[in-house]
Write a protein that binds this ligand. Structure first.
Ligand code: CP
Length: 303
């Protein structure tokens, strides 16, 4: 095998715009409470080499809402601990009857590698610092619930963009849909080169400048587990970049506050902002289920 199986979702960067639009449309039609059993008889493996709460549970609930059975394989407590390779793990899961694998891995490209070797669809649930396509789709679904359309919106991403697969996938998707994107953070977390990676990105180091006139604010957690020697003075970060109620007033009056989670209250945002009426953070989590229903239905050729 060299070409990923039809229905695989490995990233947003190489996904055709018409496929993104189809997934967004399908996600908005999916209702976890009234789902048709489109995937009855299908077996979906959730293969997680890295911690997850939202992505893992919402893929599981999405699969079950559509009538599929699921099984969870974590690196801890499985034969991955004994040294089994990615491909041998994939072949094993295929041999026991998996119809689709949803995979999270700390290494960029791991799901793509798996997809090259297996004849079943692979869904990327987050690969290292590379992409998190289902998060970008559910975020677009969330924005569309609050704004008429994506085209012409101004969105600002603040925080640890360098380590963020969420930011990368969001930039690919939202710039493609005509959103004007601003990136904001210190040089350690948002290097100058970030703004040159795709057309239509603006970079500023000043949160006040980033927020003025924005429709959508996306906050990111400082990913301490990926800093690897990089020293961030957290008190300095909080002073310069924490989203506070006072700073939120600089954005448009109807701006929404997003965060892919997990949130760290008191670091990238205050508790007051996390729980304010403009915060759609819980809504993002909720939208993860119908969005992942759409992704799984497409993966298994039922949409
Ligand atoms: N947003 C996100 O990927 O959250 P989890 O790590 O909890 O899945």
């Amino acid at each position: 095998m060299t070409t990923p199986a039809r229905g695989s979702l490995l990233g947003i960067e190489h996904l055709e715009t018409k496929e993104i639009l189809r997934l967004l449309q399908l996600a908005r039609r999916m209702n976890p409470q009234k789902a048709r059993p489109l995937l009855r008889g299908k077996r979906i493996v959730l293969l997680f080499y890295e911690a997850s709460t939202r992505t893992r549970t919402s893929f599981e609930f999405a699969a079950k809402a559509l009538g599929a059975t699921t099984t969870l394989v974590l690196s801890s407590g499985s034969s991955i601990e004994k040294g089994e390779s990615i491909i041998d793990t994939g072949n094993t899961l295929r041999a026991v009857g998996a119809d689709c694998i949803v995979m999270r891995h700390p290494a960029a490209g791991a799901p793509h590698f798996m997809a090259k070797h297996l004849d079943i669809p692979i869904v990327n649930a987050g690969d290292g610092m590379h992409e998190h396509p289902s998060q970008a789709l559910l975020d677009a679904v969330t924005i569309l619930k609050h704004k008429k359309s994506l085209k012409g919106l101004q969105a600002t991403i603040i925080g640890d963009i360098f380590h963020s697969r969420v930011a990368r996938s969001a930039c690919h998707l939202l710039t493609r849909m005509g959103v004007k994107m601003t990136l904001c953070g210190p040089p350690e977390l948002v290097p100058d080169v970030a703004a040159t990676l795709m057309p239509g990105l603006r970079l500023t180091r000043h949160i006040e400048e980033a927020l003025r006139g924005t429709d959508v604010i996306m906050l990111l957690r400082v990913q301490s587990e990926r800093l690897a020697g990089l020293k961030i003075q957290l008190q300095d970060y909080i002073a310069r970049y924490q989203m506070t109620a006072a700073r939120l007033k600089l954005a448009k009056r109807d701006a929404i506050v997003m965060h892919p989670g997990p949130i760290i209250r008191g670091l990238e945002l205050t508790a007051e902002v996390a729980d304010c009426p403009q915060s759609v953070i819980v809504d993002e989590v909720r939208n993860g289920v119908p969005t992942r229903m759409a992704i799984l239905a497409r993966a298994l050729g039922r949409a």
